[in-house]
Design a protein around this ligand. Structure first.
Ligand SMILES: *[C@@H]1O[C@H](CO)[C@@H](O)[C@H](O)[C@H]1NC(C)=O
Ligand SMILES: *[C@@H]1O[C@H](CO)[C@@H](O)[C@H](O)[C@H]1NC(C)=O
Length: 191
């Protein structure tokens, strides 16, 4: 009886303490904007901040600029077309990502046609007309797992509150202060 009760207490404690952490840090247990409305999420966004624990990101982050990403229905039906324009090595480059619908509205899957690596992308929170907080998890390079948070904004400049919100959000998903980059505005490409 006592042993059973102790076991029960242990389970309750695990439930109280352990579970929220797994929710935030475990793969796949990601919250998504409730009642996600895809139509309102479409259109132009600026990617104004990123955070990631990937070694790829640590190497590249100093040369990165804010990019403009336009989200539209893809010509191949059901999926979305995320076309990003960004400055790299003093040139404007375009990258197209075709996002397949995920398990629930607000979740998407992306497969890189070059490397074959896959990513799960979730719109964790958005108010559609101002900002969105996104989380991506997947593999890069030779299959190393990584996670990345991004701050999408409808405008190039953002309020300090939004910076704080993104920092807190990134910490919630296990990223540290050093992993976070607020991207500088480039002088061309996204005007
Ligand atoms: C994605 O959008 C770009 C830019 O509008 C366009 O050039 C491209 O053909 C689109 N691809 C698909 C599959 O929708
Ligand atoms: C990044 O975080 C993911 C998920 O927590 C982890 O599996 C991975 O090993 C981490 N990658 C690096 C390079 O630290």
């Amino acid at each position: 009886m006592t042993a059973l009760r102790m076991l029960w207490m242990g389970l309750v404690l695990l439930g109280l303490l352990g579970f929220p952490q797994t929710l935030a840090q475990g793969e796949g247990h990601v919250s998504v904007q409730p009642n996600f409305q895809q139509g309102k999420f479409l259109g132009p966004w600026y990617v104004v901040a990123l955070a990631s624990n990937s070694t790829w990101f640590r190497d590249k982050r100093t040369g990165m600029f804010m990019c403009k990403s336009v989200l539209a229905p893809s010509t191949d039906g059901g999926s979305l077309n995320l076309t990003s324009i960004f400055l790299r090595r003093n040139q404007c480059e375009t990258k197209i990502m075709i996002l397949q619908p995920g398990k629930v509205p607000g979740q998407f899957n992306y497969r890189s046609p070059h490397s074959g690596n896959t990513q799960a992308i979730s719109v964790v929170e958005t108010n559609y007309n101002e900002y969105a907080l996104l989380l991506s998890t997947g593999t890069k390079g030779m299959g190393q797992p990584f996670r990345m948070t991004s701050l999408y904004s409808r405008t190039q400049t953002i309020k300090d509150e939004l910076k704080k919100k993104f920092t807190t959000f990134s910490h919630d998903y296990g990223l540290t202060e050093e992993d976070i980059v607020f991207l500088p505005q480039p002088d061309k490409c996204i005007k």
